[in-house]
Design a protein around this ligand. Structure first.
Ligand code: NAD
Ligand code: UGA
Length: 434
């Protein structure tokens, strides 16, 4: 199959590289010259474990290439995937579909009469209908089919998720489109992931329903963690105790500073907006959105509390800035709200992150970035662990203790054990544990 992937970001680049690794001929198109020039030099625009090697291998073997020339790439493709961004629309929280529709208009100009168009971007119900309308307006005589094929990969584990998915959702009722999609994903059948064939609107909704459910699960355990603190219970044991019930499942029950990232925040908001437009109340998701927003900034109270109630003039070391480990993505990272709140409380912020500092520097002001974790904590009044990078899980705690001005450690990801930390002389605060 010849595939044109429009958008070479987290989803487009990973999907394109994986499809080419399955043996398809893939050309990734991006509107950013820097991105395409970099990719043609072998430089990855994002940090994703294993991606550089996968891209290099498939470029070398002639199955993967990068271009800004959308018309040529699209004209030769059997399937054109749309993987451009769908951020929150400023002001109202709806998904901003301008990139999707702009890409569709460009695709319409040069698409092959028999090609299919596949939306991989996360798009609200009905977007596929509008994409189809745009294509049919420009190409009334083509037999173009528009398919929904939402992506469920996680950043930091993207290649594994793409190659070993829990399921593949394909929204189309057209037999020809179904055959093309089946052929594209055929190399995955060895692992037998369930293929969910459904209509396009249902497929679009499955994506939002999945992300919102995961956001609900995280927010639920975050609130249970708060209750644990109030009643002297241990949230880790609660997570294990409920997660062993197969009906609940153990994943996404880790409490923390609130979910962030490029997707849960915008997708929960967009789902609420869709429901409101339809006159349907999604009160659970509405609550989750507001509870999570308050939680991120609210984490600052925990830090100020550990400092004795006053952060003015204090230096706080922050370890971890990205919304999760193994990515350089800073979109809606909890660290942003936390750091701003601590600065509002009068604190000086020093920070270190293995991959996120470049992106963070453009989003934060008056933060001093350090070269490594130890330089970051030196002479600080408190240390806050915000992202659970592996590199922070086995810090030399004796050294950290000696470097800190006062041995206060606020662990927002529960990566250390309270008893051990206190035995080492730390004033240790975590989430939902006595
Ligand atoms: P991204 O911002 O990393 O990448 C989007 C890319 O599209 C950019 O490089 C941009 O330059 C390019 N682009 C925009 N308009 C274009 C056009 N007309 N022609 C060519 N290129 C164009 O976005 P992302 O994180 O990869 O997300 C893409 C979509 O996938 C979103 O809808 C998102 O919700 C969804 N999604 C993301 C993830 C994730 O982990 N990031 C996972 C599942 C689904
Ligand atoms: C999430 C989904 O997991 C993917 O299936 C989906 O494809 C993607 O969104 C998307 O649509 O873009 P991602 O945002 O990469 O993937 O990362 P997650 O691992 O889901 O984490 C999201 C946030 O939730 C992070 O801030 C993380 O720290 C937080 N989280 C996650 C918790 O606080 N506790 C948990 O138990 C799990």
């Amino acid at each position: 199959m010849r595939i044109a992937m429009i958008g070479a970001g987290y989803v487009g680049l990973v999907s394109g590289a994986c499809f080419s690794d399955f043996g398809h001929e893939v050309i990734c198109v991006d509107a950013s010259r820097d991105r395409i020039d970099g990719l043609n030099r072998g430089e990855m625009p994002i940090y994703e474990p294993g991606l550089a090697d996968l891209v290099a291998k498939n470029v070398r073997e002639g199955r993967l290439s990068f271009t800004m020339d959308l018309p040529t790439a699209v004209s030769k493709a059997d399937a054109v995937f749309i993987a451009v961004g769908t951020p929150s629309r400023r002001g109202d929280g709806h998904a901003d579909l301008s990139y999707v529709y702009a890409a569709t208009r460009q695709i319409a100009e040069s698409i092959h009469p028999d090609a299919i168009v596949v939306t991989k971007s996360t798009v609200p119900v009905g977007t596929g209908d509008e994409v189809e309308r745009i294509l049919r307006d420009v190409r009334p005589n083509h037999s173009i089919e528009v398919v929904s094929n939402p992506e469920f990969l996680r950043e930091g584990a993207a290649i594994g998720d793409f190659k070993r998915p829990d399921r593949i959702v394909i929204g189309t009722t057209n037999e020809r489109a179904r055959k093309v999609m089946t052929e594209i994903y055929r190399p995955l059948y060895l692992n037998e992931p369930p293929l969910v064939f459904t209509d396009r609107r249902t497929s679009e909704l499955i994506k939002y329903a999945a992300n919102a459910f995961l956001a609900v699960k995280i927010t639920y355990i975050n609130e249970i963690a708060d209750l644990c603190e109030a009643v002297g219970a241990n949230v880790q044991d609660v997570s294990r105790g409920i997660g062993l019930d197969n009906r609940i499942g153990s994943k996404f029950l880790h409490p923390g500073p609130g979910y962030g990232g490029s997707c849960f925040p915008k997708d929960t908001q967009a789902l609420v907006k869709t429901a409101q437009d339809e006159g349907v109340a999604l009160r659970i998701v509405e609550s989750v959105v507001s509870v999570n927003d308050q939680r991120k900034r609210g984490m600052a109270r925990r830090v100020v509390g550990a400092l004795g109630g006053d952060a003015r003039g204090k230096t706080i070391a922050i370890l971890g800035l990205t919304f999760k480990p193994n990515t350089d993505d800073m979109r809606d990272a909890p660290s942003l709200a936390l750091i701003t709140a601590l600065q509002d409380a009068g604190a000086h912020i020093r920070a270190y992150d293995p991959q996120g500092m470049e992106a963070a520097a453009s989003l934060l002001t008056n933060v001093t970035f350090s070269e490594n974790a130890y330089a970051c904590v030196e002479n600080a009044d408190a240390l806050v662990i915000v992202t659970e990078w592996d590199a922070f899980r086995a810090l030399d705690l004796g050294r950290v203790h000696a470097l800190l001005k006062t041995p206060i450690l606020v662990d927002l990801r529960n990566i250390y054990r309270p008893g051990e930390m206190r035995a080492k002389g730390f004033v240790y605060v975590s989430v939902g544990r006595p």
